[in-house]
Design a protein around this ligand. Structure first.
Ligand code: IPM
Ligand code: MN
Length: 349
């Protein structure tokens, strides 16, 4: 199979973890006889520095003509501490999501038996957790009208029915392939947009009679995810709630560095670890590459239909974890560097 992959490694630890995934994909190509062509593009703080824009036109064009996008991370403390900055790295990722029409973000949450003790939650509570959050990604308060006057500022949360229906379809279809349980998370007791979500979902569920749908307020969901994480199968929610709940849910897996995600929509899909740019670790070769490497596995499965290749990566990660290896977030004794740990995984392939 011949495919072009756009590689946008971005800021912070993005470049060092993404480099491991590129090596991993090269190994997969060699083993399974594929031809993957990698093309790099600038995005984020590095793109602002070099091109004056967090998403240069060439980068968006590159992504559009590629078969999949492998993304690293975005953000720089320079901007975090400057709320007045007009151009921000994060705008690059938001513009890319919008530009590619990536309206659904799929974030699986699961545990590895080898790293259960790394979670602050009790092992018996989290052993066997396996759910997926479907987060709406191109609407809501992230993209609504915003503004600032002297001592007043506003952000608007807007959703249309069409935006809700298209992402809900993805969640229903995913639930149909899993345990057929869909939890819709909103704040319908307070927010008008949430009431539109609930109304729309109540209309849609008639078309999916074999899926058990329940509605949950986001504050309650934040608690239930920690107290009873095994009760969930598919969670569907709007953009901002999904952002917050998935960071929260990542503690179940023990390290934010472990989890991948896929963003899908109108054209090319994008795959990225759910962790951020982790600037404190940037350039130190200590970050956990698993989130990125499992994103590469999702890319092979969802964008190219290469199930066996994808499974090979997941099994290799499991094997290396079972052998007791890990980066410093995973093991306290003799942690490996990002590249040495990644090499173990690649060798296992
Ligand atoms: C994420 C990130 C982004 C988001 C930031 C970097 C804009 O936190 O992908 O979850 O808030 O969506
Ligand atoms: Mn986030």
């Amino acid at each position: 199979m011949k495919k072009q992959i756009a590689v946008l490694s971005g800021d912070g630890i993005g470049p060092e973890v993404t480099a491991q995934s590129v090596d991993l994909l090269k190994k997969i190509a060699e083993k399974f006889n594929h031809d993957f062509i990698f093309r790099t593009g600038l995005i984020g703080a590095i793109a602002i520095e070099k091109e004056g824009s967090p998403l240069p036109d060439e980068t968006l064009k590159l992504c559009k003509r590629s078969d999949a996008v492998l993304f690293g991370s975005i953000g720089d403390p320079k901007y975090d501490n400057d709320p007045k900055a007009k151009i921000r790295p994060e705008q690059g990722l938001l513009a890319l999501r919008k530009g590619l029409g990536l309206y659904a973000n799929i974030r699986p949450i699961y545990t590895f038996s080898e790293t259960l003790s790394k979670s602050p939650l009790k092992p018996e509570l989290i052993d066997g957790v396996d759910f997926v959050v479907v987060r709406e990604l191109t609407g809501g308060i992230y993209f609504g009208e915003k503004g600032r006057q002297e001592n007043r500022a506003f952000d608007t949360c807007v959703y249309s029915k069409g935006e809700i229906i298209r992402v809900a379809k993805i969640a229903f279809e995913l639930a149909a392939k899993r345990k057929r349980k869909l939890t819709v998370v909103d704040k319908a007791n307070v927010l008008e947009t949430s009431r539109l979500w609930r109304e729309t979902l109540q209309e849609m569920l008639k078309d999916y009679p074999d899926i058990e749908v329940n509605f949950m307020y986001v504050d309650n969901a934040a608690m239930q995810i920690i107290k009873f994480p095994k009760n969930f199968d598919v969670i569907l929610t709007e953009n901002c709630f999904g952002d917050i709940l998935t960071d929260e849910a990542s503690v179940i897996s023990g390290s934010l560095g472990m989890l991948p995600s896929a963003s899908i929509g109108d054209s090319t899909s994008l795959f990225e670890p759910i962790h951020g740019s982790y600037p404190q670790a940037a350039g130190k070769n200590i970050a956990n590459p698993i989130g990125s490497m499992l994103s590469a596995a999702m890319l092979l499965d969802l964008s190219f239909g290469l199930k066996e290749e994808s499974k090979t990566i997941i099994n290799s990660v499991k094997k290396v974890l079972a052998d007791g290896f890990g980066t410093e977030d995973l093991v306290s004794q003799n942690p490996l560097s990002t590249s040495d740990f990644a090499k173990k995984i690649i060798d296992a392939v």
